[in-house]
Design a protein around this ligand. Structure first.
Ligand SMILES: O=C(O)CCC(=O)C(=O)O
Ligand SMILES: [Fe+2]
Length: 229
């Protein structure tokens, strides 16, 4: 992997000695400490505004039951198992817009994590925000409702978690467990784009106290591949 580029979000941070980027599987790269403390505060403030109704944080019911995370969407509303323009399994309100700056953060992370392939031609247009209270988890799944092969970019805030990154063949082993901490980014594209992954546990109380977040937030940024309008 080439030397790590600096993101707009981490450029110029004084005294920051980032842990090294790590390719967990071909196409899947962990970028520790990708967001500065101020970028984390900015993203958290945005999440708090997005979390409010209409089309705010909600419980998600899947085929197999209720998810323990609470979730909201931006750009397109994800529900099991598709995308809509309104919170069809929530309050029915129009989904909040996807902010351009978040797409720029995602593209910067992709450029650093996967320097070989060209950046996606289509703009990032969807984000899913998940809140993990103590005890919440996410089972092994694939992000397969998008029609674009563009890499998924995840940003984490607050409590650390175990992020389990598996394979494209099924929910089982082999997998690699990665600790995602506050400010970390994780990119999965190319041969890893449709790999199974999940969050078996978080570490309650492990987030940076000065951030003031209880639990864990994860924001995954995606290209829907769906037509506008
Ligand atoms: O919380 C995470 O780190 C992963 C979230 C995830 O896999 C998803 O939203 O599809
Ligand atoms: Fe996912």
């Amino acid at each position: 992997m080439s030397e790590r580029a600096q993101s707009p979000a981490s450029a110029g941070a004084p005294g920051l000695f980032p842990r090294a980027a790590r390719e967990v599987a071909p196409g899947a790269v962990h970028l520790p400490d990708w967001l500065t403390a101020s970028a984390q505060r900015e993203l958290l403030a945005a999440c708090r505004a997005w979390a409010r109704p209409p089309a705010g944080l909600r419980e998600v019911r899947t085929r197999t039951g209720r998810m323990s995370v609470r979730q909201l969407s931006l750009g397109w509303h994800w529900y099991p198992y598709g995308y809509a323009r309104t919170a069809v399994d929530g309050d029915g309100a129009p989904v909040k817009p996807f902010p351009g700056w978040l797409g720029e953060w995602a593209r910067a992370a992709v450029a650093a994590a996967l320097p070989g392939p060209p950046l996606p031609a289509e703009p990032y247009d969807v984000a899913l925000v998940n809140h993990y209270a103590a005890g919440a988890r996410m089972g092994m799944h694939r992000d397969s409702d998008e029609r674009s092969p563009a890499p998924v970019v995840s940003f984490s805030l607050g409590d650390a978690c175990v992020f389990r990154f598996g394979n494209v063949g099924g929910r089982g082993r082999p997998w690699t467990d990665v600790t995602l901490g506050s400010g970390d980014a994780f990119v999965f594209g190319g041969p890893a784009r449709l790999a199974y992954h999940g969050v078996p546990r978080t570490v309650p109380g492990s987030g940076p106290p000065e951030l003031g977040l209880t639990g864990r937030l994860n924001v995954t940024v995606r290209v829907s591949g769906l037509a506008d309008g």
